[in-house]
Design a protein. Structure first.
Length: 162
């Protein structure tokens, strides 16, 4: 069952954490704040992780619209290591201009740290799918608890395997 899968989005978020009122007035500041709150990654130093995420951001904004951004390094930074992939969800103190295609300010950030290109694409796909659902968007817009977010993700993932 997918909920026991190491690539389960619920597992990735449980591993990465959910953070509220993260300070930062720009994507660069917010990403630095989230990296500082996440569990440390032995495979990559925080400064190097930040550099790689901001290099990717410089190519094209990871703000997908509707107040959501999906920052991530261009290449899977955990490839070839024993480190576990993760997704950290962050709610900025104030919405941030993230250069989204729809002009919306970002209220929810999914910071994605992957172990392979395939796992990265799988994670992006799941987040994108969930964020298209009004019920899930309302949960993140109202900043429900980590427990409620993970429960909603698990419920969605369980429905995908039926």
């Amino acid at each position: 069952m997918i909920s026991n899968n190491e690539w389960s989005l619920a597992v990735l978020v449980e591993r990465g954490g959910v953070y509220y009122d993260v300070p930062g007035a720009s994507p660069k500041e917010l990403v630095a704040g989230v990296i500082g709150l996440m569990p440390p990654l032995e495979a990559v130093a925080p400064g190097e992780l930040h550099r790689q995420i901001m290099e990717r951001e410089a190519l094209v904004s990871t703000g997908i619209g509707r107040g959501i951004a999906l920052p991530h390094p261009r290449n899977p930074v955990l490839a070839g290591t024993d480190a576990q992939p993760l997704v950290a969800i962050a709610f900025p103190v104030m919405p941030i201009d993230w250069n989204t295609h729809d002009g919306s300010k970002v209220h929810t950030v999914f910071l994605i740290i992957s172990a392979s290109a395939k796992q990265h694409l799988d994670t992006l796909s799941k987040i994108n799918f969930l964020c298209q659902k009004e019920i899930f968007r309302s949960l993140i817009e109202t900043r429900v608890s980590k427990k409620e977010i993970i429960a909603a993700i698990k419920e969605a993932e369980d429905s995908w395997v039926k």
